[in-house]
Design a protein around this ligand. Structure first.
Ligand code: MN
Length: 413
């Protein structure tokens, strides 16, 4: 088979990292869309395409192709089990292998997840793969319409992926191409924003193949680019085998492997859907979750810290003069206390309440707030000075003083 191919992958306009991985070597083409927070998604999708690229060119190529998906699954689960950071990582994998079946050159297309393979055959685009999504299952069972599926809130919930279950239940299709046909592999970042009609138009557009791939990415970005976008275009330029396709038979069919018929194929029933994986929730979730929690914790700590500091400052700068077992004393703190702070005695003066007049004593008993220790000390000094003056006056009554003076005066006189 004579081929030309073009690859393009883009982070898109929303995500910060590209967790898609793509691979092409002329015999094998693959798109993987990783999921799992931090590095997980990138690691899973990379492991998937790396494993695939190691398929030995043997006579049992189809068998090796199928088992490479299981091997990729095993490696992803093993890596994830050895690292806390990679726990829960997974990936979609859509791959095309160039091979021959009964002397006829074909593509085998294998898929798990919701990355897609399309086939542009004689100017008509058709989807090869089935989406392994909850919505895809609902659609196939006839529970919802195409229109409902396109806007379904759970359209990103996967029912199958690599790295989730020990067994891999992928689909394989056989695609019989004609010269001029184009195989398209893409991640959901393209499909979310570009309709099948638009894809067909771009593929039919007659631009060089690479420009058509770039145009697909551009279209997805122009309509939002909410996810990583990956595209592989494989154009069939010529076939070396002459086993021409019989008109009337479909160029795409479910691949029946003779050697592998012992493998029981599970029918896609809604009841048998394994644990759904919400890609958006996992991918975006883990990042936003930690950011949100971190931001919330920080805010909470700042608030608590602020309150603590305020209370501390308020308490540190609060003094009052009060009654400590009959003595006038300076207390540190707020009269009555505040939260966990209770006032404590800083200084007990030699001044006793019983030498004060009733107004002063009552004020002290009711506590006299002062803005600082110095102010409290000054208040007590003033009280002492007044009491001293009072006691001087009482021990030296005005009259007797005058009498004495007068007496001595009269004595002189
Ligand atoms: Mn994606």
């Amino acid at each position: 088979m004579k081929l030309q191919w073009a690859l393009a992958t883009d982070t898109g306009r929303v995500r910060r990292v590209n967790q898609d991985s793509i691979y092409a070597d002329g015999k094998l083409f693959a798109v993987a869309d990783g999921m799992g927070g931090h590095a997980g998604g990138e690691v899973a999708s990379k492991l998937a395409v790396e494993t695939l690229s190691e398929i030995p060119s043997s006579e049992r190529l189809a068998e090796a192709f199928r088992s490479s998906f299981s091997e990729a699954n095993r490696r992803i689960m093993s890596e994830a089990s050895h690292s806390e950071k990679l726990k829960g990582m997974g990936t979609t994998l859509t791959a095309a292998l160039v091979t021959a079946e009964a002397g006829k050159e074909v593509f085998l297309v294998q898929n798990i997840g919701d990355s897609r393979a399309y086939f542009l055959h004689r100017g008509e685009l058709q989807q090869i793969t089935k989406d392994h999504t909850y919505v895809g299952e609902l659609l196939r069972s006839g529970s919802i319409t195409e229109e409902q599926a396109a806007h379904h809130s759970q359209r990103h919930v996967l029912t199958k992926a690599l790295g989730v279950e020990a067994t891999v239940d992928s689909d394989i299709f056989k695609v019989s191409p004609s010269p001029g046909d184009i195989l398209l592999l893409c991640s959901d970042g393209l499909i979310n924003h570009v309709t099948d009609g638009e894809i067909e138009k771009i593929l039919m557009g007659g631009l060089p193949l690479q420009q058509r791939a770039d145009r697909l990415i551009e279209s997805a970005n122009l309509s939002g680019g909410t996810d990583n976008i990956s595209v592989i275009l494989v154009e069939v330029l010529g076939l070396s085998s002459t086993g021409e396709d019989q008109d009337g038979s479909s160029p795409v069919e479910l691949y029946q492997e003779k050697e592998l018929e012992t493998v029981v194929r599970r029918k896609p029933e809604l009841l048998s859907i394994p644990r759904p994986i919400d890609k958006q929730a996992i991918v975006r979730g883990s990042r936003i979750f930690t950011l949100r929690v971190a931001a919330f914790l920080l805010l909470f700590l700042l608030l608590v810290g602020g309150v603590l500091i305020s209370v501390q400052l308020y308490e540190n700068h609060s003094y009052f003069v009060g009654d400590a077992d009959g003595a006038v004393a300076i207390f540190h703190g707020h009269p009555g206390g505040l939260l966990w702070y209770s006032p404590s005695v800083v200084q007990t003066s030699s001044l006793h309440l019983d030498v004060l007049n009733s107004v002063e004593a009552s004020a002290i008993k009711n506590k006299v707030p002062e803005p600082s220790l110095v102010a409290a000390e000054s208040y007590i000094r003033n009280l002492k000075a007044r009491v001293k003056q009072q006691s001087y006056i009482s021990s030296h009554p005005l009259g007797s003083s005058f009498t004495t003076t007068t007496t001595s005066g009269s004595g002189v006189g």
